[in-house]
Ligand binder design. Sequence first.
Ligand code: FPP
Length: 251
Amino acid sequence: MVQSNEIQSKLDNSRIPSHVAIIMDGNGRWAKQRGLDRSVGHQHGVDTVHTITESAIALGVKYLTLYAFSTENWNRPAAEVAALMALILNSMEESLFMKNNVRLLIIGDVERLPEEVRGPVLKLVERTAGNTGLTEIIALSYSSKWELTEVVRKIAREAIEGKCNPEAITEQDLDNHLATAGIPDPELLIRTGGEQRLSNFLLWQCAYSELYFCDTYWPDFSHEDFCKAIFDYQQRERRFGKTSEQIQQTT
Ligand code: FPP
């Protein structure tokens, strides 16, 4: 169970973001600071995944998307890729998902995953499909440019087959072809580890997300830090291109 804290008591429970996306950065630097192998940083990063999953459940977040492995991460040293794959596989315990009523979804180019990872992970997606609590979306072998290229391919095929008229394609049509089809866009995107960039993550979906960057390395990111990010989000005015006055009138 996550411990309640002062910042949590300041949250407006009627304005908890329904979807939070996280770029979990800083595992490597966390390990290096301690003279440890990068893989140890990733292992501690898994503990944080479990903590923040519980935290999201406790706060009433409905969708939590975690950037676990990007398309670009395939270019890391083979030993680190192998360690990450093993870790991802071993950390996805069915009993944890069931205990917490969490539904697992995977977004990304799963065809690139080794069969010994792809098989069990996709089986877990099937087994948790009926869970009705938090939806946890793990981005695995994912990048936005990969996803958007796939969308264009699918729509182009439909156009060639005469199933759609290119002139009539709408933003909603693109939404419907994304890996995240049916999932609301994240209201809040958090990146830990001090860098301030999106790294090819949910570029379409985050068009109007509030961005929150913090210096804390992912293995140190706590329930309290998560509450702080949500508190910061709640202080912002989301205008979606309108004026502040227009927003005030509708609230
Ligand atoms: C970025 O830190 C982190 C990753 C590339 C991997 C994140 C993966 C996990 C925490 C395991 C995920 C497991 C589950 C179950 C979702 P980095 O290595 O880029 O750190 P650095 O920027 O300090 O080098």
